[in-house]
Design a protein. Structure first.
Length: 221
């Protein structure tokens, strides 16, 4: 399993000072740390295993109809939202999504994934239940990892992006043959520096209205 970690510039400076001259960042394959133009307050980690990824199909359907939770809505943990999601180029669905809880993981979970300096970080696991309310013919397999993020206060937490199995928190949800009415229990991992807490969740997928920069995400706190 290869692990790659991209750190914001400010966090890189903090880690450099605390390491007393040790400029290694957490990484199983020891890549060069990268900074990004986004503004998450925590590191982003990729866990990669050898799996196949399948692209969506390219036939076009009209957008799905129906009421959805308005962008910018603030909910409590345990509340349900109705959200539009996409798959591939033209796949669309409307999902009923309930964030049922946020569980704190351990540094041992990261050590098992061969993350260097794992003791400096804490993973959190966002537990969710989903149901397909509507979907077009192009909607296939869907996992929530790219649409949902943890929050530390009002700031975006780090993303633990998993390709393959990460046993403490697999984000598999719907298979390729999923249909309207199917349900799934799933999990999205998030990452913070030691001492910080993931205490919220945001949805910024689907359409631009929910985008964290161009729109207003739906938030659970």
């Amino acid at each position: 399993m290869n692990v790659k970690l991209a750190l914001p510039a400010a966090l890189l400076a903090v880690l450099s000072l605390s390491a007393c001259g040790d400029d290694e960042s957490p990484s199983a394959s020891d890549p060069t740390p990268e900074t990004t133009s986004e503004t998450p307050s925590e590191p982003e980690t990729e866990l990669e295993t050898e799996t196949e990824e399948t692209e969506g199909t390219d036939s076009g359907d009209a957008p799905l109809s129906g009421d959805v939770t308005a962008p910018g809505t603030e909910l409590s943990i345990g509340d349900t939202a109705i959200l539009p999601v996409t798959y591939g180029t033209n796949g669309q669905a409307t999902l009923e999504v309930t964030v049922t809880g946020i569980e704190e993981g351990t540094s041992a979970d990261l050590e098992a994934a061969k993350v260097k300096n794992a003791a400096d970080y804490t993973p959190f696991y966002i537990q969710m239940e989903m149901k397909i309310l509507d979907a077009n013919d192009d909607f296939g397999s869907y996992g929530p990892g790219s649409d949902f993020d943890g929050l530390t206060g009002s700031s975006k937490a780090g993303s633990l992006i998993v390709f393959g199995d990460f046993e403490p928190c697999n984000d598999d949800a719907f298979e390729y043959d999923s249909k309207v009415g199917d349900t799934a229990t799933t999990c999205v991992p998030a990452l913070t520096t030691k001492g910080s807490v993931v205490d919220g969740v945001q949805f910024s997928g689907g359409t631009d209205e929910y985008d964290q920069f161009d729109g207003k995400p739906v938030v659970w706190k």
